[in-house]
Design a binder for this molecule. Sequence first.
Ligand code: LMR
Length: 400
Amino acid sequence: VFSHVAHAPEDPILGVTVAYNKDPSPIKLNLGVGAYRTEEGRPLVLSIVRKAEQQIVNDMTRVKEYLPITGLAEFNKLSARLIFGADSLAIRENRVTTVQCLSGTGSLRVGAEFLAKHYHQRMIYIPHPTWGNHPKVFTLAGLNVKTYRYYDPTTRGLNFQGLLDDLGSAPSGAIVLLHACAHNPTGVDPTLTQWEQIRQLIRSKGLMPFFDSAYQGFASGSLDADAESVRMFVADGGELLVAQSYAKNMGLYGERVGALSVVCKTAEVAGRVESQLKLVIRPMYSNPPIHGASIVAFILKDRSMYNEWTVELKMMADRIISMRQQLYDALRSRGTPGDWTHIIRQIGMFTFTGLNSKQVAFMTKEYHIYMTSDGRISMAGLSSKRVPHLADAIHAAVTR
Ligand code: LMR
């Protein structure tokens, strides 16, 4: 009965790792998935995470009971404070409902399912380009996906006018997906002044902002500065949704820890929204896992652990910035044709190189460098030792 089932293509991002794993070459380099690697090219478990984990494991009073449908209450409270700020009026007025979800993707999906069921407008505008999973998450939840202009390939910067024009002509009430910081894949963010203009436009048209916050702490190195865009929208008293992920900023990729917050107008509405989120979650995966959320809560609730985390986070962000500079310098020293300043201008984990899919295929075939076909490089996967190899490959790809 399944003989008609066609073989599905690999995922455009996670499939890069599948191809990389099959390559026997000793010089291979995986710059596909956005996952942090050390200078030695190895995955990193933060020492603060190890510390929290040890204390959790040694605490014999901890049990493995089911969490509530909404997850670990303490984790939810602390996650809301992390993104909205400890002094957030919306939190103080109990207008926020936060539920623990399966990392960023799970939070987006739960939010999208809720919107598809309870919000009057099914149209969602996502930036072009955006993370490859966004259109799939929203379409499968039953929303109609449209795009708004975001990136200008000629300047390798923001197409701000295009963004304003497209959101300006969106139907009233449409949902707008915004990357809170460190836009994936472009590494291009609006300035705070531009964010303010976007906010005014969104509010004046009654659009519904849905933030994806997957890189808090990775753009500027400061957790507060990276939440500024979201906090601007909370400060005006309006509604919004935020999906948070702890995959990158705590390195908890495989633990699948994230949160969805819905900011409402009143505490009473927030309570009703939460009751409906439970109806979305229960038939999907019942309730979320306990381990990763316990680690996050352990770190966020303790001032000194929190401070240690920010130091490690800054260390990761700084190493990525140094990789940008080293790659830029290596291309300059090779005299590689083109303006490569966007490598040092763009922020977050990725460089959107401008290389086309043919050039990427060439680099994979000849240099065993694995990256997404849109020319995105995960700078977090690069190390000083491997910069010359990457620069050689880029040079060869653009001069052939
Ligand atoms: C990425 O864009 O590489 C990450 O967000 C990982 C993923 O799940 O795609």
